[in-house]
Design a binder for this molecule. Structure first.
Ligand SMILES: Cc1cc2nc3c(=O)[nH]c(=O)nc-3n(C[C@H](O)[C@H](O)[C@H](O)COP(=O)(O)O)c2cc1C
Length: 461
């Protein structure tokens, strides 16, 4: 759990990160350009692997009054810190706590409404919204959590969506995941109703995790945030729409999704490593901007970055682990490797699977997650987070004629550029040992490893 004295906001979390390891935040005092620079710094650091994916804090961004913080979600150690668990318990704990719900506490006003712009004062140009990649259709909010209520039941939803700036008060967005917000909009359009929304930019990671949580449409995702935190989320009333936002958020845009209106949106650099030309082309009209005093603008490094990909992998691993364990208690670990865009490939480790269980586990995974194209099943001794270990298991425990199955013409992720209008193939690779008396993996005695580590520490200082 976050320490009970820590407020559930971004600043408190960044303080916590810095207290734990000052090197985990890299501050830039030099002025950077609004467009491209922050993304380029994040991707250059990824390429060099010189740093362990630190938070990047740009204090001086073009003519903006706001500093920009990015890369917060690039490393699993910070997800674990936000949940208050050791990193190796992250996925298990997420799966358990995601099912707890704790109702939020409502206030009339919160710090996020310290400064309010309404009417003619609304201008998205006040905020350092930037262009991330060369071919992006424009400047994009990549860290916007859209809060909306079901037009029929009133249940609250929170979900991340890319949003392109189209004018002082206009945004374009895509609801291509076709999940809850897409369904709200579909039904609101049938009822000829506008959908009021609030876009939350910057907050405690647990709020972000609630937005990434995929569950039933009957669950209030503020209650999920409370369940993850172990204490209720404080929320406050919006100033121009009948909605509530996290009281300690950094910046909020209020507005409406316009029913029946469609305008070109995109292209946008996606987690696949490609620009996506696909969009549902929805349009948002902004009615208010509110923010804390001294607000921080939080951005997500877009494209196939560590940050964007980890935000997809971590919640999906928790969801899949829970789904698999419902049938097979011998599933030990699950990963969505970045080499598979954190979306299209999954690796599942099982303890002593009975012959045949490997295929059943893979089929559960395909049913749980439409985006998956490849599921590799490995034994418990293989590190699912290490591509080399997984490929080694394939090299030494798998025979292509017996251990590979292909399902043709299934449905899959439309952002996969190789998919045919939604249609895709699915592949199962069983890379588990074919028999119990299989060749023994070479090992060193544990005490020799300990002695070696001590010797290395001594030499390295
Ligand atoms: C950084 C980020 C950006 C995203 N952008 C979009 C988007 O533009 N459109 C979309 O449909 N889904 C997008 N997603 C995926 C949805 O947010 C995700 O499917 C979410 O769980 C949906 O919420 P729901 O299950 O409550 O409906 C994005 C996810 C992340 C992490």
């Amino acid at each position: 759990m976050p320490a009970s004295t820590d407020a559930l906001n971004l600043r408190a979390f960044l303080d916590q990160v810095e207290r734990k390891n000052a090197k985990d935040i890299l501050r830039f005092k030099d002025r950077i350009a609004l467009d491209f620079d922050a993304t380029a710094v994040a991707l250059e650091l990824e390429r060099g692997r010189a740093w362990q994916a630190p938070v990047l804090w740009f204090e001086n961004v073009a003519d903006s009054a706001f500093p920009v913080v990015t890369n917060v979600f690039a490393t699993r150690s910070r997800y674990a810190l936000a949940l208050g668990v050791p990193e190796d318990r992250l996925i298990e704990e997420w799966a358990v706590r995601g099912d707890r719900a704790l109702e939020p506490r409502l206030h009339d006003k919160g710090p996020v409404q310290d400064v309010v712009y309404k009417g003619a004062d609304v201008d998205l140009g006040r905020i350092p919204i930037k262009k991330h990649f060369e071919r992006d259709g424009g400047r994009y909010i990549t860290n916007g959590i859209i809060i909306a209520k079901d037009p029929e039941t009133g249940v609250r939803n929170a979900s991340h969506h890319r949003m392109q700036v189209k004018g002082k008060t206009r945004l374009g967005t895509s609801l291509h995941s076709r999940r809850h917000l897409w369904d709200y909009v579909r039904r609101a359009e049938e009822l000829k109703k506008e959908i009021p929304i609030a876009i939350v930019i910057g907050g405690h990671p647990l709020m972000t995790f609630a937005g990434l949580w995929k569950g039933s449409m009957t669950v209030d995702e503020y209650a999920v945030a409370g369940g993850l935190a172990g204490r209720p989320l404080d929320i406050s009333k919006c100033v121009t729409v009948p909605l509530e936002v996290p009281a300690e958020g950094e910046i909020v845009l209020e507005g409406h999704i316009l029913p029946g209106v469609r305008e070109p949106e995109g292209p946008f650099a996606e987690f696949t490593g490609y620009h996506s030309e696909r969009s549902t082309e929805n349009v948002i009209e902004v009615t208010a901007i509110t923010h804390r005093k001294g607000a921080i603008y939080q951005d997500v490094v877009g494209g196939m970055s560590d940050e964007h990909c980890s935000m997809l992998a971590v919640p999906q691993e928790a969801r899949l682990l829970k789904g698999l364990r419902g049938t097979f208690s011998n599933v030990t670990k699950v990963s969505y490797p970045k080499s598979g865009t954190c979306r299209f490939h999954a690796v599942i480790a099982m303890r002593n699977p009975v012959p045949g269980q490997q295929k059943n586990a893979a089929m559960i995974a395909f049913a749980e997650d439409l985006s998956l194209k490849l599921v590799i099943i490995v034994d418990e001794d293989v590190d699912v987070f290490d591509d080399q270990d997984v490929f080694w298991a394939m090299a030494t425990r798998m025979q292509a004629d017996d251990d590979i199955d292909i399902i043709r013409n299934a449905y899959g992720a439309i952002l996969d550029p190789s998919n045919d209008n939604g249609k895709t193939a699915k592949m199962i690779i069983d890379a588990t040992k074919p028999r119990p008396d299989f060749a023994q993996r070479h090992r060193l005695p544990a005490d020799a490893i300990e002695r070696a580590r001590a010797l290395i520490r001594k030499v390295r200082g």
